[in-house]
Design a protein around this ligand. Structure first.
Ligand code: C2E
Ligand code: MG
Ligand code: MG
Length: 603
């Protein structure tokens, strides 16, 4: 604000017409008397200044502002009285007005009263229309300035803790990251501790908001103390701000590296560990802190805050009461999740998914009976992705409904195509994985009926794989859907059996026909140190198979990788095998080749 000239710019040529004699004598003595009286009694400080810049006469108000008799001001250099030379631009503008090359200008200056106190003055300079003199006016705007400063302080500070608030914090952060400020002296780095009290909500809820506010106040002063202790030479420390609720930030400008931030975060944790004594109530709290430290160049305020937020979330997730340093790799993982989920929806329409099929083999005779359809995503950026990377995301954002319908249609169409291409062979059934949300959020029964009708596939050649959690979730709609599907002739399989409830009795009341034993059972066929099979694992699986058979279910074993495993599963009575021993999931053409005669390895 200091000394910035305002008002219109320089005007070419003279703005003052020459004084004519007729004009000068046109004024009556009475008029002149009135003007002088008005000049002297005006509340606005004024001085008439000649073209040399010397005061011709000053009024009482100006004398009052400067703490001197008006007469004392006569013949003084006007510009010095109001400190105009202190700023080159103001000084230049002022002289342009004196020379008649500019019509007027205005600026704000800090002036010193003779008694030592200072005041803010708005200074304007304007030429008299018909003379070579100019009028200098000086208004005391101290009150206005102070009011504005107080308003700004209120806007920028939090009333509860008196700390800088979010607005001021972001102002300071943006200034620190401003590329224009990059060549100023300093380390060119920035650091941030982003802090959140653990369990503050419980304090507020149980002890009341007033108590909560007092706690925040004490927390704020402990944080300020930490910042001052570790700040530059104990003087002006790092900025401590309350960003809202129980969130605080400590901003370290010109940080020297992660060590400095780690030390600050550790000192904050230690300071908050001391119990709080609030009006006789002793209370302990802890905090979680996300720490970010990096070069200011290329860092944006939003980017920094986002990373701080992520890091704080990690600190909470890792068990609270700790500080955690931002880790780009951990973040990249999160970013990939985000990148995947944002590209998921259009990917179905864009044809980025493909199905592979994995043989399901009769353990007794090694015949290929069916295939499981397994979806893959040919992602334009990340390459071929396995379902574990995206099925969960698709369930979260609901796109599984659309993706699942595509899988179902494609698999049924493929199974029907194989059937038509190899009419002399018994047809293969196709087993399709169904996500929980498909059972709930779509009209699965209608979808399946429509797809079977459209592709011409017989219902008993379609098997749907659901996990235990999908069928056991509730006794309502999903069960009715299962019953309807089963009534239609579709086979229902329980996928990954053994990882969930494993409640066989319950399963007996459901229209389920196949149990797919989770891979962990087969992998459990371990050999002891002496190379003897562990009989305990085998007994469990054997009991399971017998029970399933008694309930009328057939059993498929997943993850069969060795001939030894296949032999034992066969002995136990398992019906079907699936696993790398027979084949990995392959493209449809390879299944076609198997159907055309290539033998399936028989364990
Ligand atoms: P799942 O239904 O249990 O499928 C079997 C998984 O085990 C497949 O992994 C398969 O490649 C793998 N596998 C097969 N044989 C072996 C073996 O001998 N050893 C080992 N270690 N693994 C074997 P994939 O293809 O990565 O699928 C993972 C899961 O993704 C599936 O588990 C299924 O739950 C889900 N999924 C796959 N496709 C779909 C789909 O179209 N819709 C839905 N909702 N889920 C699907
Ligand atoms: Mg499956
Ligand atoms: Mg499975």
């Amino acid at each position: 604000m200091n000394g910035t000239p305002e008002g219109p710019g320089p005007v070419p040529g003279s703005v003052r017409p020459p004084v004519t004699e007729r004009q000068a004598v046109g004024r009556t003595a009475a008029e002149l008397h009135d003007y002088r009286a008005a000049f002297n009694t005006a509340r606005l400080g004024m001085a008439v200044v000649d073209r040399e810049g010397l005061v011709v006469s000053a009024n009482a108000a100006l004398g009052g502002l400067l703490g001197t008799e008006p007469a004392e001001l006569t013949r003084q250099t006007a510009a010095r009285l109001v400190d105009l030379p202190a700023d080159t631009r103001t000084w230049y503008a002022y002289r342009e007005v004196l020379r008649g090359r500019r019509s007027s200008f205005r600026c704000t200056r800090r002036l010193k009263h003779a008694d030592g106190h200072s005041l803010w003055a708005e200074v304007s300079v304007a030429p008299f229309p018909d003379s070579s003199q100019v009028l200098l006016s000086v208004a005391d705007v101290s009150d206005r300035r102070e009011l504005r400063a107080r308003l700004r302080h209120l806007q920028m500070h939090d009333p509860v803790t008196r700390l800088p608030n979010r607005t001021l914090f972001f102002e300071r952060l943006s200034a620190a990251l401003d590329p224009a400020a990059c060549d100023r002296p300093g380390t060119g780095r920035i650091g941030l501790c982003y802090l959140d009290l653990d369990g503050f909500k419980a304090v507020n809820d149980t002890l009341g908001h007033r108590f909560g506010d007092r706690l925040l106040g004490v927390v704020a002063s402990r944080l300020t103390h930490c910042a001052d202790q570790t700040g530059h030479g104990g003087g002006s420390g790092h900025l401590v701000a309350r960003l809202g609720g129980d969130e605080f930030a400590l901003l370290v400008e010109d940080s020297t590296g992660t060590d400095q931030l780690a030390a600050l975060a550790a000192s904050v944790l230690a300071a908050l560990q001391e119990p709080f004594d609030l009006g006789g109530q002793r209370l302990s709290v802890s905090a979680s802190i996300g720490v970010v430290e990096r070069a200011a160049d290329g860092t944006s305020a939003t980017g920094l805050m986002q990373d701080a937020d992520t890091t704080l979330y990690w600190a909470k997730a890792d068990g609270k009461a700790r500080w955690t340093l931002f880790d780009p790799e951990r973040n990249a993982h999160r970013m990939t999740r985000q990148a995947l989920s944002s590209t998921l929806r259009p990917a179905v329409d864009d044809g980025e998914f493909v199905l592979e099929y994995q043989p399901l083999v009769d353990l007794a005779d090694g015949e290929l009976k069916g295939v499981e359809a397994l979806v893959r995503w040919n992602h334009p950026q990340f390459g071929r992705l396995t379902p574990n990377r995206f099925i969960g995301l698709a369930e979260e954002d609901g796109s599984i409904v659309q993706l699942g319908a595509w899988v179902l249609r494609t698999a049924c169409r493929q199974a029907r195509a194989w059937q038509l291409e190899h009419p002399s062979r018994p047809p293969l059934f196709v087993s399709v994985n169904i996500a929980v949300r498909q059972v709930w959020d779509s009209d699965l029964v209608a979808d399946v009926a429509g797809i079977l009708a459209e592709t011409g596939l017989a219902p008993d050649l379609l098997q749907l794989e659901l996990t235990e959690s999908a069928v056991m979730g509730s006794a309502g709609r999903p069960l009715q859907a299962l019953q309807d599907l089963s009534d239609m002739g579709v086979q229902i399989a329980i996928d990954d059996f053994g990882t969930g409830y494993s409640n066989l009795a319950y399963l007996s009341r459901l229209p389920v026909s196949v149990l797919k034993l989770d891979g962990s059972f087969v992998r459990g066929f371990r050999y002891d140190a002496g190379s003897h099979p562990n009989p305990a694992d085998e007994m469990i699986v054997e009991a399971l198979v017998q029970l399933a058979h008694r309930l009328g279910l057939t059993v498929t074993a997943e993850c069969v990788e060795t001939a030894g495993q296949a032999a034992r599963l066969r002995r136990i009575g398992c019906d079907t095998g699936q696993g790398y021993l027979y084949s990995r999931a392959v493209a449809p053409a390879e299944i076609g080749a198997l159907l055309a005669g290539a033998p399936v390895p028989h364990g």
